[in-house]
Design a protein around this ligand. Structure first.
Ligand code: DX5
Ligand code: ZN
Length: 243
């Protein structure tokens, strides 16, 4: 959808004691988005940040906030993120009240995930749009691309999880490449062109792979924040995406 690939550094890998310092640092690399991972310790086995932090970030930066909700009770919590100033809110197609299904300490994650009632998901997408934000839908590595079919004409973005959600610093799952292709085919067949965002294990090497398949927005946490020179790491990812 975008003319050129956009970068969304993931604050999950930032220094939470120095969040503003890290935002200022990352601003020097002119990212188009800041990716904010919201986890509830239930949908995924990790607990991160909530809407007060989104509100605080909105006050200190003009970078658009790309809020990735990995929570079970999305319907109850959604409005708080919209009011806090999220520019994009991405919900999971596996949204619902099930047990944690993301990455686990044991590494176990189901090969096929349970998908929520399409009607419920549509209500959430409409609510995001009614608030004037962009709406994204995400799918876990164990969820087939076909789960997105009912929503592809209503969303601005599809977020392909290329790791099991829950933690930064995991390795890219290669099967995600086929999924990107399938989603792009599905979108073409319906005459729509949503942004294809990829999240998990993105570095200069995997950026080139996903962009070759058609991805146009890249989340990167560890590859940027753990680098000796985070701005150079962003530049490398951009360069790899261009070539
Ligand atoms: C994982 C999160 C990602 C995470 C990516 O559940 O959704 O956004 O920060 O981190 P890296 O780039 O380190 O894989
Ligand atoms: Zn994320």
């Amino acid at each position: 959808m975008f003319g050129k690939v956009q970068i969304a550094p993931s604050l999950l890998s930032a220094d939470f004691c120095n969040l503003e310092r890290d935002v200022r640092m990352i601003e020097e690399g002119c990212p188009e988005w800041l990716h904010v991972d919201v986890m509830d310790g239930h949908f995924v086995p990790n607990l991160t940040i909530g809407s007060p932090v989104i509100k605080a970030l909105k006050k200190i930066t003009n970078i658009k906030l790309d809020v990735h909700l990995m929570i079970s009770n999305t319907a109850d919590q959604l409005d708080s993120f919209l009011v806090a100033g999220a520019d994009m809110v991405t919900i999971h197609v596996e949204n619902g009240n099930g047990p944690a299904r993301g990455a686990s300490a044991a590494g176990a994650s189901p090969s096929i995930e349970q998908v929520d009632d399409p009607h419920e998901i549509r209500i959430l997408i409409d609510r995001i749009h009614a608030h004037g934000a962009m709406a994204g839908i995400s799918l876990n590595p164990g969820t087939p691309a076909s789960a997105i079919d009912p929503f592809i004409t209503s969303v601005d973005l599809v977020l392909v999880m290329s790791v099991h959600p829950g933690f930064g610093g995991q390795s890219f799952i290669e099967d995600s490449l086929d999924k990107i292709e399938q989603l792009i085919e599905m979108a073409k067949a319906k005459n729509v062109n949503p942004i294809i965002e990829v999240d998990g294990g993105i570095n200069a090497k995997t950026a080139a792979l996903v962009v070759a398949k058609g991805a146009d927005m890249l989340v990167a946490g560890n590859a940027i924040f753990a680098a000796a020179d985070p701005i150079a790491a962003m530049t490398d990812i951009r360069a790899a995406a261009r070539n």
